[in-house]
Design a protein around this ligand. Structure first.
Ligand code: NAD
Length: 476
């Protein structure tokens, strides 16, 4: 498969060019690397109509056949891992090794979702009546993905939505459309036409999709602000929604932790993918007994991490993905500087091309500072000191977000007991960001509605249907 242009959409199994295009930029160089199709409203209508036309056939296809095709799609992605990964680094900025991990994860998610099953519950099986509850497909799913993990987050949706018997229209972020467009091309060689359509476009396309009367469900991953708009727009036709939104994940580091053993893990908890992870540690609460030791260990480790062009050997962190996000992160750094917070490392950005931000750690800023309260989604971490674990818990939970969290300590049971009291969709003990296609993942409070992954995630792509049969008694 060729990973160079031209980049086309996939509608009804066909490659479709845009009548207009938009530029895709490599964030490490700011050079334009490709032109992506800018879908018109008519092209979106065609994609939705193709998905609608394909729905009855796909829904009637035995689940074992759907399962086999999704599994094959996973293999096909895996077989093209290197090409996808190079393209992903070019459009997203992440180092090549991380891009390979993401593509491998995308394949794994398809194959993992393909192992799930739709349960049938028998409610009653008596002489009078037989009643069962099934999970049937919803129809056409509109899927919207962000730019931080464009491929794997799209596959969170594709695998379960298709397994459940829905057809789809998938829209990548305009900052990272290329890998998803290539994925659409690949999928068209495996899936029946219209089952998976991929469209790309600018800011108008998302709202067109969420308000489209012939889309039955929207599965959205992105910011909380956009999530609100999606829910509002979907309400016009009472579309089902799954919303995977922002987070401001706390880590609570207990005093009995082995600092030397966890420092590197805590570093990556915050800085993997440059902090552009919904479940990155975005506030690190550290017990005062070990605060200085951990601070020094994090700063020393940060000095060993090469920040640069993701396509260069040895780069561990690439640039921020796009200019608006780069400006947001710079604004948070500027605010922290103006307020006189102490920078333990980083904070200075250069004028060279590329949206590069150095690893930045801020020493115990006030709890109500922007860098603590807002989702930074960049490589800027506030380290926060606590004495009493009750205080750490109260601060950790005092957020409108509730996506992920982690607790770190040598006494696993004690750490677990703290974890049980954190209000978020997932809490990890002594690790973080571990996700699998077989476990539910989602946010509470303003971090989301619904979940992805596992049986619970699969069921979000279904309607519940109860069938009741009255049994005729002899002679009735
Ligand atoms: P974003 O909300 O700006 O964009 C996400 C997607 O929505 C893009 O495809 C965009 O084109 C589209 N979009 C924008 N406006 C729209 C509208 N009005 N209607 C419909 N679609 C619209 O988010 P982003 O900047 O791409 O991603 C970063 C955010 O995503 C962060 O807040 C991060 O925490 C969150 N995120 C959450 C998860 C999760 O699983 N909970 C995973 C990754 C990222």
């Amino acid at each position: 498969m060729e990973f160079d242009g031209p980049f086309t959409m996939t509608i009804g199994g066909q490659a479709v060019a845009g009548t207009a295009t938009f530029d895709v930029v490599n964030p490490a160089t700011e050079a334009v690397i490709a032109a992506a199709p800018d879908a018109t409203r008519a092209q979106l209508d065609e994609a939705v109509a193709s998905a609608r036309a394909a729905f009855p056939g796909w829904a009637a296809t035995p689940i074992e056949e759907r399962r086999a095709l999704i599994d094959r799609l996973g293999d096909a992605v895996m077989a093209q891992l290197d090409g996808f990964a190079r393209l992903l680094t070019a459009e997203q900025g992440k180092p090549h090794g991380d891009a390979q991990n993401e593509i491998g994860g995308a394949a794994l998610w398809l194959k993992g979702a393909a192992t799930l099953d739709l349960p049938v519950t028998v409610n009653e099986d008596s002489g009078d009546r037989y009643s069962e509850t099934r999970h049937v497909p919803i129809g056409v799913v509109g899927a919207i993905a962000p730019w931080n993990f464009p491929m794997v987050l799209a596959m969170f949706k594709v695998g379960p939505a298709l397994l459940a018997g829905n057809t789809m229209v998938l829209k990548p972020s305009p900052f990272t459309p290329l890998t998803t467009l290539k994925f659409g091309e690949l999928a068209a060689t495996i899936l029946p036409p219209g089952v998976l359509n991929v469209v790309s476009g600018g800011d108008a396309l998302g709202p067109w999709l969420t308000e489209h009367p012939d889309i039955d469900k929207v599965s959205f991953t992105g910011s909380t602000a956009t999530g609100r708009r999606v829910m509002q727009s979907a309400s016009a036709t009472l579309k089902r929604v799954t919303l995977e939104l922002g987070g401001n994940d706390p880590a609570i580091v207990l005093p009995d932790v082995d600092v030397a053993a966890v420092a590197e893990k805590l570093f990556w908890a915050a800085f993997a993918n440059n902090g552009q992870v919904c479940i990155a540690t975005k506030r690190m609460y550290v017990h005062e007994d070990i605060y200085d030791a951990l601070k020094e260990a994090l700063v020393a480790y940060a000095a060993t991490v090469k920040v640069g062009d993701g396509s260069e050997q040895g780069t561990r962190l690439g640039p921020i993905n796009n200019r608006p996000q780069y400006e947001r992160v710079l604004d948070l750094i500027r605010d922290a500087k103006e307020r006189g917070y102490t920078f333990l490392t980083g904070g200075d950005t250069s004028e060279t091309p590329g949206y590069f931000v150095p690893v930045t750690i801020i020493d115990n800023p006030p709890e109500d500072s922007r860098i603590v309260q807002e989702e930074q989604f960049g490589p800027v971490l506030p380290l926060l000191k606590f004495r009493d674990v009750e205080d750490a818990l109260a601060r950790a939970n005092a957020s409108d977000y509730g996506l992920g969290a982690s607790v770190w300590g040598s006494d696993e049971d004690a750490a677990f007991a703290v974890a049980e009291r954190i209000a978020s969709g997932t809490v990890w003990v002594n690790e973080t960001q571990h996700l699998t296609p077989l476990a539910a993942f989602g946010g509470i409070k303003q971090s989301g509605v619904g979940v992805e992954g596992g049986l619970e995630g699969l069921l979000e792509y279904t309607n519940v249907k109860t069938l009741v049969r009255r049994r005729q008694a002899a002679g009735e």
